[in-house]
Design a protein. Structure first.
Length: 102
């Protein structure tokens, strides 16, 4: 239903800037894809070091399936960056209803 990407690579060199750009690209691509493929406008913020996106699932099953796929893809992309570069640079926290994390 939502994702929140925050933080900066700051002045670490050379590759953390690439990780930051990768995470930003994942988030921005998801927002653009939601707009283009579902024609639904997500509630989002694109700020320096802060990308947030929340979407309400419609009653339309086809649109909901596209949304679910895009949101899952966002999570998978960030998990792959975390796996490749370590939690020092990318940390994924899954938060479920009632604020429970895994």
């Amino acid at each position: 239903m939502a994702f929140h990407l925050e933080g900066h690579a700051r002045d670490w060199r050379p590759w953390p800037d690439i990780i930051c750009a990768g995470v930003s690209a994942i988030g921005q691509t998801t927002i653009g894809s939601l707009q283009e493929l579902t024609e639904i406008e997500p509630d989002y913020v694109l700020e320096n070091g802060n990308i947030r996106c929340t979407i309400q699932y419609p009653d339309d099953n086809e649109q909901s399936a596209i949304i679910a796929t895009l949101m899952a893809s966002t999570r998978i992309g960030c998990l792959q960056l975390e796996d490749s570069y370590g939690k020092k640079f990318v940390t994924v926290n899954d938060v479920f209803s009632e604020g429970t994390e895994t």
